[in-house]
Design a protein around this ligand. Structure first.
Ligand code: AMP
Ligand code: MG
Length: 470
């Protein structure tokens, strides 16, 4: 077994000024019990030789780990467009970072108990929302979309009070960083502008080392955030993912999907879909996500204005749309099984989406079976247009089918699938969580005997009201 002493945990965030965080330990869940262990991720982190039972002891705070310096981060943010000056890790602990082949990864424990940023909360997370976050991080990763993921999920015998009493849980979340737009906003709008250079220098050193020596490093950093954000949201749109709570405190500065709450994947193509039932005005509707991505970048620009001149900030913000559409069109060409570029592709994509909306078709399954639609019995003019566009590619139908299958998942985390797994888990049976994890890791593959998991949701599951409490 790998000795913990040999694992090089560090917490570089903890080397910054004390205004950025509170160093503290956390509160174990009594009688912690494994729900699921993400072995593939453990391997990437070099933790696969440590027994999951022992990992629980570590991340439940029962044994202390040399060189770890746990802390709760301070941040602020715009929630539903409103400024909230003080947020922060109210139930999370940044345990530290670990070096991997894909760069540094943060380990963050969610559901870890109270911190100075808990406000009125209990510092805990329920098993239900933890399972959703655990599964969706892996689903996004499987879909090749940048995302936080989770290494392990465990529950414990401490009831948590939400609308009803529910079992509590912790997840150990990994992300390239836990620094959010809201960390910069926190400094800028709370009279701590003098600390902005320290944070931006830290971020550039850790995550953009290629900019360190450059005079315009701050400008380049902001440009990179705008690009990563625009491309992330284009990717969300391409798989029909609605985040639900795109507050600036849930936006990673490295453009990773972050903080899974009442998210949902489109079932029938419905562009005005609102997955968050507390979002009465549809601010975070599926359709609105690209605009909100830009709004959030504007909020970050405002927080960076003491460091970067206005002309430069505006220039980067103006590029948002370009970054978004370039990536959007690129991804949709793949979905349509196309490689070549044609200047009318955007029109064709729009027409396809309008068709889906009109016919109320299942978004995922329509694209997955696109080859069959194009070459099947002709009923719609769209088929003819797509066939004509296919002919321009000069590839075989088989090759087209191959491209379509490689770019359109068979499996997504439909709400009802998560719900079934949650209800079993709440009764102590974690098999469905583990089964879904395996399917969602490889959503582009046919999983033998599991075709039911790719079917449209049953009627009862289509309009599930997902509680926002977590
Ligand atoms: P979220 O909606 O999960 O992004 O959380 C927004 C803010 O509320 C963050 O500062 C969280 O740390 C905090 N928060 C959410 N739930 C709890 C809780 N149960 N206890 C303490 N703080 C919480
Ligand atoms: Mg959050």
């Amino acid at each position: 077994m790998e000795k913990l002493e040999n694992i090089n945990f560090k917490n570089s965030f903890g080397t910054l000024s004390e205004d950025f965080y509170t160093k503290q330990g956390w509160s174990p869940l009594p009688k912690a019990k494994l729900v699921s262990f993400n072995y593939d991720l453990a391997k990437e982190l070099g933790l696969e030789t440590i027994n999951p039972g022992y990992l629980i002891k570590i991340f439940n705070g029962e044994v202390s780990v040399p060189n770890s310096e746990p802390l709760a981060m301070a941040y602020a943010g715009h929630q539903f467009g409103n400024w909230v000056p003080q947020l922060g890790d109210g139930r999370g602990i940044l345990f530290g970072q670990i070096k991997t082949a894909n760069g540094l990864k943060d380990l963050h424990i969610k559901g870890a108990g109270k911190t100075p940023y808990s406000r009125f909360g209990d510092g805990r997370a329920v098993l239900r929302s933890s399972i959703r976050e655990y599964l969706c991080g892996e689903a996004m990763h499987g879909l090749k979309i940048p995302s936080s993921r989770s290494l392990i999920i465990f529950t414990g015998e401490e009831p948590v009070f939400r609308e009803t009493t529910e079992p509590g849980a912790m997840i150990v979340r990994t992300a390239s960083t836990h620094i959010r737009f809201g960390n910069f906003e926190y400094l800028c709008h709370n009279g701590k502008q003098n600390l902005l250079p320290e944070l931006i220098d830290h971020v550039i050193e850790e995550y953009f080392p290629e900019y360190v020596e450059l005079e315009n490093k701050n400008e380049l950093f902001f440009e990179a955030v705008v690009k990563k954000t625009a491309e992330l949201i284009a990717a969300w749109q391409s798989v029909g993912f609605a985040h639900g709570v795109m507050n600036t405190d849930n936006m990673s500065i490295l453009g990773e999907t972050f903080d899974f709450g009442p998210f949902g994947f489109l079932e029938n193509y419905q562009p005005d879909y609102i997955c968050n039932h507390s979002d009465y005005q549809g601010r975070y509707s599926f359709n609105n996500q690209p605009n909100i991505g830009l709004w959030n970048c504007q909020a970050l620009a405002s927080a960076l204005s003491p460091l970067i001149n206005e002309t430069q900030l505006k220039k980067s913000l103006e590029n948002y749309q370009l970054y978004f559409y370039n990536h959007f069109i690129h991804l949709f060409r793949g979905k349509l099984g196309l490689i070549k570029k044609d200047h009318k592709d955007f029109e064709l994509i729009e027409e396809t989406l309008n068709f889906l909306k009109q016919e109320k078709l299942d978004y995922t399954n329509f694209f997955r079976n696109l080859n069959g639609f194009i070459f099947g019995d002709k009923k719609f003019s769209l088929q003819e247009k797509l066939r004509k566009r296919f002919e321009f590619e000069e590839i075989s139908q088989d090759k087209h089918e191959e491209i379509v299958k490689a770019n359109n998942p068979k499996f997504i985390l439909r709400n009802y699938l998560a719900q079934v797994a949650i209800e079993k888990a709440e009764k102590g049976d974690f098999s469905e969580v583990n089964k879904l994890l395996e399917i969602l890791k490889n959503p582009f593959l046919d999983h033998k005997g599991l075709d039911d998991y790719a079917k449209e949701s049953p009627e009862w599951g289509k309009n599930l009201e997902i509680s926002c409490s977590s």
